[in-house]
Design a protein around this ligand. Structure first.
Ligand SMILES: Cc1cc2nc3c(=O)[nH]c(=O)nc-3n(C[C@H](O)[C@H](O)[C@H](O)COP(=O)(O)OP(=O)(O)OC[C@H]3O[C@@H](n4cnc5c(N)ncnc54)[C@H](O)[C@@H]3O)c2cc1C
Length: 384
């Protein structure tokens, strides 16, 4: 699409997994005139840098609101991926083998004991494995393992294929995808959204979704009453090995408390990651790669001879309290947020799409989203 339309029913800002999923959900609910505006290329930022793990249980220390949201979204994935495949013919390679979480030190062991105890008490599906049982399941695991948990419901998706499927689905549904265009500011009139000022001109609309990932705070909203949201970038580096030609190195996603290995169907094995406050710089560093490699080698010495075929970095969008920012803004009619998904944007995409489209189309938010409300912030502004 080359020309910016003068009007739209809804403008979605950002073509990452979140914006694409919301645009599709809106179109599926019958909104005819959805315009998605993407600064550069669709799906090229955090969403394609990610590892695609859908693993809330492996990462959680307690059952809070975020955990519950993440589990609900994970459990939507089989239907979500199947529908996308049906619509587009693109298989997102949802893999339901499950996730292993390994302990190598006393501290790791204490952590997995705690995780096992609270999840069993909460009635969640988690299994404790002896080292020999874990190594029988995945012979690539290093001998130094002291214990393991298995999370059968924590799964993975090939996030780059998922993005291709989402783009194709939006195209089929008639969503207008405007790339190479930046939304610079949102125009407000009498407490309501009036439109978006973009690098290609103004588009008039009464409904705008802010889903610009780590760049969300650059969108200016010239209104003093606006909630104070600051989204910061948190860099994550990744390393990719190629195991084609040798037997698959693993079937499960394998974690330890410092990182993970994610085997893909095509023979690639991803390993990550780092958590760095380095501004908007997406470089890969020697220190970052070193820490990922040493952890990957602790999980499995089998990777030591695999060709290293790629390194990259992406910027996770993080709000001050590390929780996503979801839902309509009280102060400004028609302005809706879907940002700050931090470590969980791939995982949270299906539920975000449903909740945001429901809020816009039916004016109903089907879950209690108060923990994630854009109105929870005070202090510095979105654009600061
Ligand atoms: C190394 C790494 C590993 C990860 N692993 C996982 C994982 O295993 N599982 C998981 O669930 N999550 C994971 N994540 C997190 C996940 O990638 C993010 O939470 C998710 O991709 C955020 O999606 P998004 O659409 O909000 O942001 P993005 O994918 O960054 O997309 C935002 C888009 O908005 C566009 N944009 C921004 N501002 C504007 C503007 N003003 N006008 C127009 N367009 C604009 C940008 O160009 C960009 O394309 C990982 C992240 C990283 C970096």
């Amino acid at each position: 699409m080359n020309q910016l339309p003068p009007t739209a029913d809804v403008v979605v800002i950002g073509g990452g997994v979140i914006g694409l999923t919301i645009a599709r959900s809106l179109a599926l609910r019958g909104v005819r005139d959805v315009l998605l505006v993407e600064r550069a290329r669709l799906g090229a930022e955090a969403s394609s840098a990610a590892a695609g793990m859908l693993a809330p249980q492996a990462e959680a220390d307690e059952a809070d609101d975020l955990f519950s949201l993440c589990c609900q979204s994970r459990d939507m994935y089989p239907t979500f991926a199947a529908a996308l495949r049906e619509e587009t013919g693109i298989d997102s390679e949802l893999d339901r083998t499950g996730t292993l979480y390994l302990a190598f030190t006393d501290r790791d062991q204490t952590e997995i004991e705690h995780r096992y105890d609270w999840q069993v008490r909460a009635g969640l599906n988690v299994q404790k494995l002896e080292p020999t049982e874990a190594r029988t399941l995945e012979p690539c695991i290093s001998e130094g393992i002291r214990g393991a948990l298995k999370f059968p419901n924590d799964i993975q998706v090939e996030n780059r294929r998922l993005l291709s499927a989402l783009i194709a689905s939006n195209e089929k549904l008639g969503v207008r995808l405007m790339t190479g265009t930046t939304v610079e500011s949102i125009r407000i009139h009498r407490g309501g959204t009036e439109g978006a000022e973009t690098s290609r001109g103004f588009v008039s609309t009464g409904k705008i979704v802010v889903s610009g990932g780590a760049w969300s705070s650059f969108i200016r909203v010239p209104d003093a009453a606006f909630p104070k949201i600051h989204i910061e970038p948190v860099r994550g580096q990744m390393v990719c090995f190629d195991s084609t030609g040798s037997p698959p190195i693993a079937r499960h996603v394998i974690y330890n408390p410092r990182g993970y290995l994610v085997p893909r169907r095509d023979g690639r094995v991803l390993s990550g990651s780092t958590t760095e406050h380095a501004g908007f710089d997406k470089v890969v560093t020697a220190t970052g790669v070193h820490s990922i490699l040493s952890n990957a080698l602790q999980i499995s010495t089998r990777i030591s001879d695999l060709p290293l075929v790629g390194v990259w970095a992406g910027l996770r969008p993080r709000a001050e309290d590390s929780l996503p920012v979801l839902g309509p803004c009280e102060e400004i009619r028609g302005l809706v947020f879907a940002t700050g998904h931090y470590r969980n944007g791939i995982l949270l995409a299906p539920i975000t799409g449903e909740l945001i489209a429901g809020a816009i189309v039916d004016n109903v938010v089907s879950l209690d989203l108060s923990a994630f409300s854009p109105d929870r912030f005070t202090g510095v502004g979105l654009n600061s």
